[in-house]
Design a binder for this molecule. Structure first.
Ligand SMILES: [Fe+2]
Length: 168
């Protein structure tokens, strides 16, 4: 199987994992849920981690894996469930080798990120907020009531993330 070119993904993931991600992703890499979104989610998450105490490695992996099983740029409610299964059955045993606790957090964050949930472990909530803060790319200003953590609800954080998401 061929894989698409690897623009900058290897800046964030080890090359074998980056290749596996690119092999799996069925949509356009420059699309709404593609690489630039993943990078912004990581930047948001990295910033939130300073306040939330989230596990940085889990947040980083969430950013680059949570949309990997999308089949549609619009409604695809179960893509998180599919991605969590991919992590459990392929990515964890072949590439990630995370400690069990981190694996559980990552799988739960990925599996649940499409359902609008707000209560979870701080690492999971940080993942969900990092993704929701990037809604400006589809014309939506993130609403504080839809965010899980105080750090994400900070108006300055929302402003920064929204501005970045509009830049593309
Ligand atoms: Fe996302």
């Amino acid at each position: 199987m061929t894989y698409k070119s690897i623009p900058d993904l290897t800046d964030f993931l080890p090359e074998p994992l980056a290749k596996a991600v690119l092999n799996q992703y069925r949509l356009h890499l420059n699309g709404t849920h593609g690489l630039r979104h993943w990078i912004r989610v990581w930047k948001n998450g990295e910033e939130l981690c300073c306040s939330t105490g989230a596990n940085v490695e889990v947040v980083r992996l969430f950013a680059f894996l949570h949309d990997v099983c999308r089949k549609d740029e619009d409604i695809d409610l179960l893509h998180g469930v599919r991605a969590a299964k991919l992590i459990k059955t392929v990515l964890q045993p072949e590439f990630l080798h995370l400690p069990r606790e981190e694996e559980k957090l990552l799988e739960y964050a990925v599996q649940g990120h499409t359902f609008g949930w707000k209560e979870a472990d701080p690492t999971v909530m940080t993942c969900w907020d990092a993704d929701r803060l990037d809604l400006g790319r589809v014309g939506i200003l993130p609403h504080p009531d839809r965010l899980c953590t105080e750090a994400a609800r900070d108006p300055a954080m929302i402003r920064r993330a929204y501005a970045a998401s509009k830049e593309g």
